[in-house]
Design a protein around this ligand. Structure first.
Ligand SMILES: CC(C)(COP(=O)(O)OP(=O)(O)OC[C@H]1O[C@@H](n2cnc3c(N)ncnc32)[C@H](O)[C@@H]1OP(=O)(O)O)[C@@H](O)C(=O)NCCC(=O)NCCS
Length: 339
C-alpha cells in the first residue's frame, strides 16, 4: 500500500533513480549523481523537508513530488500565498495507480498549510523555486509537451492552463545564415563584448540561478563612449548536452535599450552569440519565449531558431475544504529570507 511522507536525508539516491526512470524525454537529463539534487534542490536556502513528498510501498520509493513558494514582486523574499508544484515523478511500473494524484494532494495540503492562496503547477520564471537547472532547459517553461503525461495528469487534478512558453533551438553543426541588410551599418557602430555576468540582480536570481557562472554578451555603442545598447546572458546547459547529444548553451534575458528597439540590434546580438558558440564547438543554442511576449517569439523566429517544444504552466483555485482563514493562527510564520 502506498504511503506518503516527508523527505529524509537518506532519500537522494532513490529520488535520483525515480528521476532517471521517469524523466526520459528531452526536457530533463539523467542524474548521474544525486549531488545534482543537492545543487539544484536541497541546497536552496528555502528548501523544506515537508515540501518534498515521497511515496513508498513497503519501503520502496515509488515517486516523489516537490513544492515550494514563488517570490514577492520585489524578488526579495518568499511569498507564502503563492504555492507552486514544481515536479512530480512516478516510476513507470507504479503509474495509473493514484500515486501521482496522492503526491499532488500532499503537495497542495503542504502549500495551503503554509499559507498558499493560489496553487500553480509547472514552474515559470519567477514562480520557479525549483526546476531551473534540472528540468526545462534554458529557463523554466512550465511542464513540457514532450512529457505527454503531464498535461492530462494536471488537468485531471483540476489545474487549468495559465500560460505557455515556446522553446526555440538552433543547431550549430551547420552554417549560420541570419543575413539582414541592417547588419553592415550596425556592426560599424556597435561592438560585441563578452564579460563575466555582473552581480545577479536580486536575491531570487541568486537562489534560482544558484552556482551558475553565466557570461554576458553586450553590444556597446562605439560612438557614445561604449554605452551598452543591448545585452543577453548566456549559460552552458551542462547536463542537457548528455540528453541532446551536443554541448549546449542557453540565452536568457535578452534586453535592448528602449530607444534603440526595432532596429535589428537583438537579432544582431543573437547572431553574434550563435557565431561565438559555434566557434566554441557548441552544437545547440536554446532560447525560450513566453507566448505572451510576441516580440520575443518573433525575434526567435527572425533569428532563424526553430520551435522544438512548448511548456505550459497551470493554476487551480485552492479547493474549498482546504482553505485556511487568514485570521486563524496556522502554525507558520512568514519568514523574510531577503538580503
Ligand atoms: C505524470 C505522472 C506523475 C502521473 O503519475 P501517476 O501515478 O501515473 O498518476 P495517477 O495514477 O495518480 O493519475 C491520476 C489521473 O491523472 C490522469 N492521467 C495520469 N496519467 C495520464 C496519462 N498518461 N494519460 C491520460 N491521463 C493521465 C488520469 O485522469 C488519472 O486518473 P485515472 O487513472 O483514474 O484515469 C507520471 O506519468 C510521471 O511520472 N510522468 C513522467 C514525469 C512527468 O512528466 N512529470 C510531470 C512533469 S515534472
Amino acid at each position: 500500500m502506498t504511503t506518503f511522507r516527508r523527505f529524509r536525508n537518506t532519500d537522494p539516491p532513490a529520488l535520483a533513480d525515480v528521476w532517471n526512470e521517469a524523466h526520459t524525454a528531452r526536457g530533463a537529463y539523467p542524474l548521474r549523481t544525486p549531488a545534482l539534487l543537492e545543487r539544484w534542490v536541497l541546497g536552496k536556502p528555502y528548501f523544506d523537508h515537508d515540501g518534498l513528498i515521497v511515496a513508498e510501498d513497503d519501503g520502496r520509493v515509488q515517486g516523489y513530488a516537490l513544492a515550494g513558494f514563488a517570490p514577492t514582486p520585489e524578488l526579495d523574499a518568499l511569498s507564502f500565498a503563492d504555492g507552486v508544484v514544481c515536479s512530480v515523478a512516478v516510476r513507470p511500473g507504479d503509474r495509473r495507480k493514484g500515486v501521482g494524484r496522492g503526491l499532488v494532494e500532499q503537495c497542495e495540503a503542504y502549500l495551503v498549510r503554509k499559507g498558499a492562496r493560489t496553487l500553480r503547477a509547472g514552474p515559470v520564471w519567477p514562480q520557479c523555486p525549483f526546476g531551473f537547472g534540472l528540468y526545462g532547459g534554458t529557463n523554466c517553461p512550465g511542464f513540457l509537451a514532450s512529457d505527454p503525461d503531464a498535461d492530462p495528469f494536471f488537468r485531471s487534478q483540476g489545474y487549468a492552463p495559465a500560460g505557455q512558453t515556446f522553446v526555440f533551438q538552433k543547431k550549430l553543426d551547420q552554417p549560420l545564415t541570419a543575413a539582414d541588410a541592417r547588419f553592415g551599418l550596425l556592426r560599424r557602430r556597435y561592438e560585441t563584448q563578452i564579460l563575466r555576468a555582473a552581480a545577479v540582480p536580486s536575491w531570487w536570481h541568486e537562489c534560482v540561478w544558484g552556482t551558475l557562472d553565466p557570461v554576458e554578451f553586450r553590444l556597446v555603442d562605439k560612438l557614445a563612449n561604449n554605452l551598452p545598447a543591448a545585452r543577453a546572458v548566456v549559460w552552458e546547459l551542462e547536463g542537457y548536452g548528455w540528453r541532446w547529444g551536443f554541448p549546449s548553451a542557453g540565452i536568457l534575458d535578452i534586453q535592448v535599450r528602449d530607444d534603440l528597439r526595432r532596429q535589428g540590434l537583438a537579432k544582431l546580438l543573437i547572431s553574434q552569440i550563435l557565431r561565438f558558440l559555434q566557434d566554441q564547438f557548441f552544437g545547440i543554442c536554446e532560447v525560450q519565449a513566453p507566448a505572451d511576449r510576441p516580440e520575443l517569439v518573433a525575434l526567435c523566429r527572425a533569428a532563424g531558431l526553430d520551435q522544438v517544444d512548448v511548456g505550459t504552466t497551470y493554476t487551480k483555485p485552492v479547493p474549498e475544504g482546504m482553505q485556511v482563514p487568514l485570521s486563524r493562527p496556522t502554525g507558520w510564520t512568514p519568514v523574510s529570507l531577503g538580503l
